[in-house]
Design a protein around this ligand. Structure first.
Ligand code: NAD
Length: 485
């Protein structure tokens, strides 16, 4: 079954080069109006096992395919994604809820991701290393890890899979991909574009179903040699336990503070804070988790944030005037409402927004919201809200700002606004996050740069981005030669 909103997308699992549809299905719902767009497989564990078998069968030949051929394949896939850009973006917007302009940008970046992997894999080398023993020649090779399990979320359902699939294919791995079921249509459309480029059967296998079933089956399968996961901290922790002993890339939740000192450019800080909170309706791991503002500027900053919120146009994601669409699903909407309502009960003040807008088409629409007088202990500040909300907290001095930043359980990305670059660098060094952007928002990142959570926090392990992902998805093999004589 399919809704007119979706162009012709083949739906189903794609295993060993073939599409198949099991009897059991799940609906994919348009979050903007509640319509069922299509149905997708609700696969069982045995289907995940079939996909692993297909990936294993293809592994030897793909690993042996020359690097330049694998790079050429990535370039061909990028061309197919570019050719299908409008249709992919339309599907993405309809099922995820992001505005069409953002969806078009996401698809363009996905093509870039394949081109970047193609470029980098041709530059990735091993080393020759000195040895104490003069009779030895020592070298290292980068080899594929084998069969990768790739499990991805719904908030960037094109880009995030590509962050693993492109470097995985380029480096000679074969993959079993489990997308989030609520955005499985665009996963099918992306798979179709990849298939059209001529990727050999079994190199990438798509299995759709509930994560706790098919995702778990992939994680524990003995023939899956490594796992790449982006999603929530809770699921990431479960995967780390279930997949213990396998190489893991875990990109998890975030709740990054944006720290605004008294000497900051307040217009720039407000634009960055609002951009980081309202882009993709706040459903971004690196979103503005909260704004920590010096007490002397907090009033002016709040005025500017409210003005930025007023510029947002909430509504149909396909309408060209819309800047923010609905939240993706009922679970995330319930969490956003609960965090805001609890904060208000505990003394925080909503300066604008704060309400769901079912009159716009579904109860997943939530107004762009600014809340002040938030306390660090409130869930709105402590946990990942994943919605279009900017909580604001005042601090008195640098020491208190640092203390608040250090209390954050997450360690993905932080923004610091100050004219004093020395102070910015000192904060950057002291805060255990993977990314600190000085005079930019928490979301600033480019796809060739390292992205990931700081140690000891709840944001994951490992780094993706550019060469970092290629290195993470390959094994270092040391080969030594005992020289004659
Ligand atoms: P989620 O953890 O609920 O689901 C992610 C994926 O895991 C889905 O495909 C799901 O089906 C699957 N899954 C669920 N249970 C599983 C299990 N037991 N075993 C294996 N797989 C399982 O996350 P979500 O709600 O889809 O995504 C939002 C979360 O992702 C947020 O916390 C966000 O911060 C995080 N995220 C992180 C990054 C990053 O790069 N750090 C980027 C985007 C999103």
């Amino acid at each position: 079954m399919r809704n007119h909103c979706i162009s012709e997308v083949e739906t189903g699992n794609h295993i060993g080069g073939r599409w198949s549809t099991p009897v059991d299905t799940l609906p994919v719902v348009n979050p903007a109006n509640g319509d069922t767009l299509a149905t997708v497989p609700r696969s069982g564990r045995e289907t995940a096992d079939e996909a692993v078998a297909a990936a294993k069968a293809a592994a030897k030949a793909w690993a042996a395919t020359p690097v330049f051929e694998r790079a050429a394949m990535c370039m061909a896939i990028a061309a197919e994604i570019d050719a299908a850009r409008e249709a992919l973006a339309h599907t993405l917007s309809c099922e995820q809820g992001k505005v069409l302009a953002e969806a078009l940008g996401e698809v363009a970046k996905a093509a870039d991701g394949f081109r970047l992997a193609a470029e980098l894999v041709k530059q990735m080398g091993g080393k020759t290393l000195p040895a104490e023993d003069p009779g030895k020649l020592v070298m290292t090779l980068r080899q594929p890890r084998g069969v990768y399990g790739v499990i991805t979320p719904w908030n960037f359902p094109v880009n995030i899979p590509v962050e693993y699939i492109a470097p995985g294919i380029a480096t000679g791995n074969t993959l079993v991909w489990v997308p989030a079921p609520s955005t499985a249509l665009v996963a099918c459309a992306l798979m179709a574009a990849i298939e059209k480029a001529g990727l050999p059967a079994g190199v990438l296998n798509l299995v759709i179903g509930e994560g706790a079933t098919v995702g778990d089956a992939v994680v524990v399968h003995p023939d899956v040699t490594a796992i790449a996961f982006t999603g929530s901290t809770a699921t990431g922790q479960r995967i780390a336990e279930r997949g213990a002993g396998k190489p893991l890339l875990l990109e998890l939740g975030g709740n990054g503070p944006l720290i605004v000192f008294e000497d900051a450019d307040l217009d720039a800080a407000a634009a960055a804070a609002a951009g980081g909170a309202f882009f993709n309706a706040g459903q971004v791991c690196a979103a503005t988790g909260c704004v920590l503002a010096h007490a002397s500027v907090v009033d002016r900053l709040c005025d500017k944030l409210v003005a930025k919120a007023a510029e947002q146009v909430l509504g149909d994601p396909l309408h060209p005037a819309t800047t923010m669409g609905p939240l993706n699903n009922a679970q995330v909407a319930a969490k956003v409402r609960a965090h805001v309502d609890e904060a208000v009960e505990q003394g925080a003040r909503v300066l604008c927004g704060g309400r769901a807008r079912p009159d716009l088409g579904s109860d997943l629409f939530f107004e762009p919201t600014v809340v002040r007088d938030v306390a660090p202990a409130m869930r709105l500040c402590r946990e990942e809200t994943f919605g279009p909300v900017v909580p604001v907290i005042a601090f008195q001095d640098e020491a208190q700002a640092l203390e608040m930043a250090l209390q954050n359980d997450y360690g993905l990305s932080v923004g610091v606004f100050t004219q004093d670059i020395g102070r910015g660098i000192a904060m950057a060094k002291a805060i255990p996050a993977g990314i600190v952007n000085i005079n930019a928002g928490t979301t600033w990142w480019e796809i060739h740069l390292p992205f990931g959570g700081g140690c000891g926090k709840k944001s994951g392990i490992g780094r993706l981005g550019g060469m970092h992902t290629l290195e993470a998805m390959t094994e270092i093999k040391m080969i030594t030669v005992t020289l004659p004589g």
